[in-house]
Design a protein around this ligand. Structure first.
Ligand code: ZN
Length: 272
């Protein structure tokens, strides 16, 4: 982890430069998903990229990075309300690992949704009406949900709505614990996602690609749960977080974004 700090500092400097040089700004909330899917796009095989392009065209998206924000853009439309539980999984406070069977209980949730959309994308004959069932939709959902499962607070607790009800402040600015990890810890400036994605992709080593090769989505969720438990354990009672919180946890968020991108690429390569 230590060797990542100079890289991250360099990356933040690059972000600042690109934010200053570029007229493009993007909603911060979408940044994490765009970076993950930009990394995946750069990583996938040429043949996979062709299949992804065909599916994106069918859903009127220009880039995978934009396609991966679709699941959040449709969240509040009534006809898609049934998809909301698929962005996360709730666990008991005492849980240290996910149950491997029936992890979602009686509803749908992120683990089973990733398994299901993988089957749809592969072309398996499935048609469960609790999910979306076309291959372009499955690509958009998978691209988004592989990101979400790597964000710690998407593997957390129902009683505070995954940290949405936990008020905190970062450097004096009010936010909540969920948004902090979804958005506020990624970067101090809103960067151009293409140059930021290229910058992150360039720092992923061969050794990391091997270390992150785990294809078991339950292990991905367990990693997030371990982070979530640590996040709650160290949260100060007054919720006031200073610069050292950002400095320590920004590399964690960046690492999760890179891991999600590489793992999404492997998943797409395996089914397309
Ligand atoms: Zn989501």
């Amino acid at each position: 982890m230590i060797h990542q700090i100079p890289l991250t500092a360099a990356w933040l400097a690059a972000l600042l430069m690109s934010a200053l040089l570029s007229g493009n700004t993007y909603a911060f909330e979408k940044l994490g998903h765009r970076l993950i899917c930009d990394i995946a796009w750069r990583e996938i095989k040429a043949t996979t990229r062709q299949s992804v392009s065909d599916l994106l065209r069918q859903s009127s998206h220009q880039t995978l990075a934009d396609g991966c924000t679709w699941a959040d853009r449709i969240r509040d439309r009534p006809q898609y309300a049934f998809l909301k539980p698929q962005h996360y999984i709730n666990l008991p406070r005492h849980a240290t690992v996910l149950p491997r069977k029936r992890s979602c209980g009686d509803t749908t949730c992120i683990t089973e949704a990733i398994v299901y959309y993988t089957a749809v994308l592969r072309g398996d004959p499935v048609s469960d009406r609790r999910y979306l069932n076309t291959r372009p939709q499955a690509l958009l959902m998978l691209g988004h949900l592989v990101g979400d499962i790597h964000q710690p607070l998407h593997v957390s607790y129902a009683d505070d709505l995954g940290g949405n009800r936990v008020q905190v402040s970062l450097l004096g600015t009010a936010t909540n614990l969920h948004r902090l990890w979804d958005r506020d810890l990624i970067a101090r400036q809103t960067p151009n996602w293409r140059s930021a994605g290229a910058g992150l992709f360039a720092t992923i080593s061969a050794r990391q690609r091997v270390a992150w090769a785990d294809t078991d989505i339950y292990n991905w969720a367990d990693e997030s749960l371990t982070l979530t438990r640590a996040i709650y354990a160290e949260l100060p009672a007054d919720g006031r977080l200073d610069d050292t919180y950002f400095t320590r946890h920004n590399p964690v968020v960046i690492r999760r974004i890179k891991m999600a991108g590489i793992r999404l690429a492997r998943l797409l390569d395996s089914v397309l």
